[in-house]
Design a protein around this ligand. Structure first.
Ligand code: SAM
Length: 218
């Protein structure tokens, strides 16, 4: 969300980057308006652009997204990955799954995108097909567990993207409010495990609310 980006970048930098974003097509613009009206945590437009560039460059055949919300990220990923790619996106809320399925249908992507209702951990545990691109954008406290489950399932050369890894800048703060401590500790654990993993090459980008970007090398 924009508030979060502004916590990392200076306000004028955030506004400048926002202005650089290309105009969205009517469906994505409608979804952004829907999310803004109801304060729903969809990906920032610049993170969506990053996902689109990543998916176009890596041409994944199988994409998994943890945390669907209204389907914004899933639609961006599916469009960029191309018609041959399958996207599995996992969302706990029945209601959000229904909304996301509606938008996926409107995008003409029903055959390509499976919106699966369930817990991200339980559903990721069931995945047996090698994942070419995983987008982690779900419960922050569970990021370390998502990483443990995603890495063995990621194909060699596969890409991992995780959103909110600077968590409003708090991940780098010494004095973290007690209400955020568990979340911040989990993200710190995730970041360290990712950047130090022998089979991964990773970088944390100050994009949006912080984006981890990694490729499986071993
Ligand atoms: C940040 S939003 C996802 C945004 C989406 N990735 C996008 O690009 O627009 C996180 C979503 O995770 C869902 N969620 C929360 N707990 C979950 C769980 N245990 N398993 C799966 N989804 C969960 C929330 O309902 C919320 O819609």
């Amino acid at each position: 969300m924009k508030d979060a980006a502004d916590a990392i970048l200076r306000a004028e930098q955030a506004a400048y980057l926002e202005a650089l974003e290309p105009p969205r097509d009517p469906l994505l613009a409608k979804m952004e308006a829907h999310a803004a009206e109801r304060r729903m945590p969809i990906s920032d437009p610049e993170v969506a652009s990053f996902l689109a560039v990543t998916a176009r460059a890596s041409q994944p055949r199988f994409v998994v997204e943890l945390g669907t919300n209204i389907g914004y990220g899933a639609i961006v990923l599916a469009r960029a990955a191309g018609a041959a790619a399958k996207v599995l996106t996992i969302e706990l809320s029945h209601e959000l799954c229904e909304i996301a399925r509606g938008y996926v249908a409107e995008a003409g992507l029903t055959a390509q995108v499976e919106v699966r209702q369930g817990s991200a951990i339980a559903e990721l545990e069931k995945v047996t097909q090698p994942i070419d691109l995983v987008y982690i954008d779900c419960v922050k406290e569970d990021y370390p567990r998502y990483l443990e489950l995603a890495l063995p399932r990621l194909a060699k050369g596969g890409v991992l993207v995780a959103d909110n890894v600077l968590w409003r800048g708090l991940v780098a703060h010494e004095n973290v409010p007690s209400s955020e401590r568990v979340r911040v500790e989990a993200i710190r654990t995730f970041n360290l495990a990712l950047v130090s993993h022998p089979d991964m090459r990773a970088v944390v980008l100050p994009l949006g609310d912080g984006v981890a970007y990694a490729v499986k090398t071993g």
